[in-house]
Design a protein around this ligand. Structure first.
Ligand code: IPD
Ligand code: CA
Ligand code: CA
Ligand code: CA
Length: 265
């Protein structure tokens, strides 16, 4: 398998998709809701997913595709080469802010991550890795992640998870939020994972994400020595929704053992 070629093609297509999204700022969006009134999707989310699918089907007809907007394949296992695509991660931000969103693309072979690309279009910042060759921001290599204590950490965490009425032990998150130096919420899982990879935040916690949200980000973080699991400390599978804890080395273990240990996540 020529992974260098797949890597280059993927980066090129992500860049081209980014151009299309950027030019959509001039046009009026068609916005619909999905599972609830706050779950938005636009015609651009759908168009961009279809753009990737057309490219992949043309150049790599044997590859499989999982896309958030449902134009890809319905897969029950991850055999072969699978592209996991989130055409716009942070659609709410895209609609309301025209910033703080990204394209997220992960490519896996038999369930093992090979390529991760996250493109912050507004800043023209592409974060990318081909497993084993380092992780980059555009052409600049990213440094390995150092260790960090909870007290010195900024933790990305959506306030929704600390509220009651979710069937989770939200109380367990209160001591963590209190002990951390600060918490942040950006509204794009892909960018929050990139912020862990670049050290802008030290950890990211979510109770529920989908494989296309973290397929690329998990790879970038792991390439830099960080750790990504679900909140039970188990490996993520890339076929179903799961909780997520991504953090610097060491910090991941401390959060898991000292704070999340008794949760029903
Ligand atoms: C969402 C964003 C958000 C996260 C949600 C995701 P979308 O993705 O990543 O930050 O909290 O769980 O669904 O729908 O904007 O691609
Ligand atoms: Ca969505
Ligand atoms: Ca998403
Ligand atoms: Ca999306």
């Amino acid at each position: 398998m020529n992974w260098e070629k797949i890597y280059n093609d993927a980066k090129l297509w992500v860049k081209e998709a980014g151009e299309r999204i950027r030019s959509s700022f001039q046009q009026t969006l068609t916005i619909r809701t999905k599972s609830n009134p706050n779950d938005l999707v636009t015609d651009i989310d759908q168009e961009i997913e279809q753009f990737f699918i057309n490219k992949i089907r043309e150049v790599y007809p044997g590859h499989k595709i999982i896309g958030e907007e449902g134009y890809g394949d319905q897969l029950e296992q991850l055999e072969g080469i699978v592209w996991l695509i989130d055409p716009i991660d942070g659609t709410m931000n895209f609609v309301h802010q025209q910033r703080n969103f990204a394209i997220s693309l992960g490519i896996y072979e038999n369930g093992i991550g090979k390529i991760g690309i996250i493109y912050d279009i507004v800043h023209d910042e592409m974060y990318h890795t081909l497993r084993g060759t380092g992780a980059y921001l555009n052409n600049h290599p990213l440094p390995l992640l150092p260790e960090r204590t909870v007290n010195e950490s900024i933790i990305a965490l959506n306030a929704i998870w600390v509220m009651e009425n979710h069937r989770i032990n939200h109380q367990l998150l209160i001591p963590l939020a209190r002990d951390a130096r600060g918490t942040r919420s950006y509204g794009s899982a892909a960018l929050e994972l990139v912020y862990v990879a670049t050290g802008r935040v030290d950890a990211y916690i979510s109770m529920r994400l989908s494989p296309w949200d973290y397929a690329a980000g998990a790879l970038l973080i792991e390439e830099l020595g960080g750790v990504v699991t679900n909140l039970r400390g188990k490996k993520l599978d890339f076929l179903s929704k799961d909780s997520l804890l991504a953090a610097k080395p060491g910090l991941h273990q401390v959060i898991l053992k000292d704070y999340l240990n008794n949760g029903n996540w």
